[in-house]
Ligand binder design. Structure first.
Ligand SMILES: Cc1ncc(COP(=O)(O)O)c(C=O)c1O
Length: 398
């Protein structure tokens, strides 16, 4: 394929809204942990579509499931039953604390639904007026209005005011602040077990445990946003399993269908009573093709022991980042869990490093100017990690 990238980029810039500051690369093919651009150059992917391509790119089993389903039935809406949606719900229930699932199309939609569910449950099942949701500062829950109001980064919401009411933000990992914020007006505490977009900050185990207790003591629900941490990313199928903390509600998206759009809200039988027909819905939610892909993802995770690989390679990756930190004064902190890792920088521009890594055939992501984030497919090898570390060592040499 002969493609004039510069001309194509200039052309699309005339038609697309200016929502993304994209990197100057056009991908045409993917396989496993690798991507190829339009010139045939190969890259090792440590971004995986922002954490979505959990089983790697274009996995044969996922392709087969998608093709099989797309050949049979692509879409009918939720007016009718379709087979993959029910089967996926059953498997998710089997693997989690949850008894019931609602499907949507993205992480932000899953959080919207979870917030609606919490408020509705309190009002109609418990008969209590508890509209408030407590979330953490630096959190990220999405960009639609409810999730944006929940997000603890006021600068992201500022230009879009007015926001929905009833959201309170407290410092993350601060038990005292949570104790003070949760009261008889709180329907839910919404937390990420590892804050992702905020910079990859892991919850203290004692914090999550206490959050669980506070919610129980005061009659509020604990909603965990596992949109980024879920589906094995942190070395457990869901991150809360590391902490021994069981939520009432969990939101999942990103990795669930391995790169196809999907989101899900998982809840206990009791809380799920909050939704009755007509309360919530989605034209595409639980779409047969997305659900067929998700069923294949779950099979691949198990067959290839990808969650175990995430734990093992994640540990190795973390150790290598830590030894890099010891060698370079520009690398100041390593954070994360499993294959959700970050390197905090000082005196080096993260975006510039992303560009340098791209030149060297490695995709990494930056959060702001100081944080490099790594979210590779769960099939990444220690050898690939070693390759990236070598490049980073060179780029961050004092
Ligand atoms: C924890 C968390 N919640 C919600 C979202 C929003 O997901 P989506 O972009 O699919 O709407 C993200 C996206 O990065 C996320 O990391």
């Amino acid at each position: 394929m002969n493609y004039d990238l510069k001309a194509a980029l200039k052309r699309e810039a005339g038609f697309l809204m200016r929502t993304y500051d994209r990197l100057p690369v056009l991908f045409v093919r993917g396989h496993g942990t690798r991507l190829w651009d339009d010139k045939g150059k190969e890259y090792v992917d440590f971004v995986s579509g922002l954490g979505a391509c959990i089983a790697g790119h274009c996995h044969a089993e996922i392709i087969a499931a998608v093709v099989r389903q797309a050949t049979q039935l692509i879409h009918v809406s939720n007016l009718y039953h379709t087979r993959p949606q029910g089967e996926l719900a059953e498997i998710l229930v089997k693997h989690t604390f949850a008894d019931r699932v609602f499907f949507c199309n993205s992480g932000t939609e899953a959080n919207e639904a979870a917030i609606k569910l919490a408020r509705k449950y309190m009002r109609t099942v418990r008969g209590e007026e508890r509209p408030r949701v407590v979330t953490a500062l630096r959190s990220f829950h999405g960009r639609t209005y409810g999730s944006l109001a929940a997000t603890g980064q006021p600068e992201k919401a500022e230009p879009f005011r007015p926001l929905p009411e009833g959201f309170i933000h407290v410092p993350f990992n601060d038990v005292r602040a949570l104790e003070e914020a949760v009261d008889e007006t709180t329907c839910a505490v919404l937390l990420e077990p590892v804050q992702g977009e905020g910079g990859v900050y892991v919850a203290e185990p004692s914090y999550l445990k206490r959050a669980r207790e506070i919610c129980r003591e005061r009659g509020a629900l604990l909603i965990l946003d596992e949109v980024q941490t879920g589906m094995g990313r942190t070395g457990a199928l869901f991150a809360h399993q590391h902490f021994g903390v069981v939520p009432d509600v969990m939101t999942v998206a990103k990795g669930l269908a391995g790169g196809l759009p999907i989101g899900a809200v998982l809840a206990t039988e009791e809380v799920a009573k909050g939704f009755v027909p007509g309360d919530h819905g989605s034209t595409f939610g639980g779409n047969p093709v997305a659900c067929a892909a998700a069923l294949a993802v779950l099979t691949v995770l198990q067959e290839e022991q990808l969650v175990e690989n995430a734990a093992l390679v994640g540990k190795y990756f973390r150790e290598r980042l830590q030894s890099l930190q010891e060698k370079s004064t520009k690398a100041v902190e390593v954070r994360g869990l499993g294959l959700m890792l970050a390197l905090e920088l000082e005196g080096a521009d993260a975006r510039e490093l992303v560009l340098r890594c791209l030149e060297r055939g490695f995709l990494v992501n930056n959060i702001g100017e100081r944080i490099l984030r790594f979210l590779p497919p769960l099939s990444v090898s220690t050898r690939e990690v070693g390759g990236l570390i070598e490049v980073l060592e060179e780029l961050l040499a004092d």
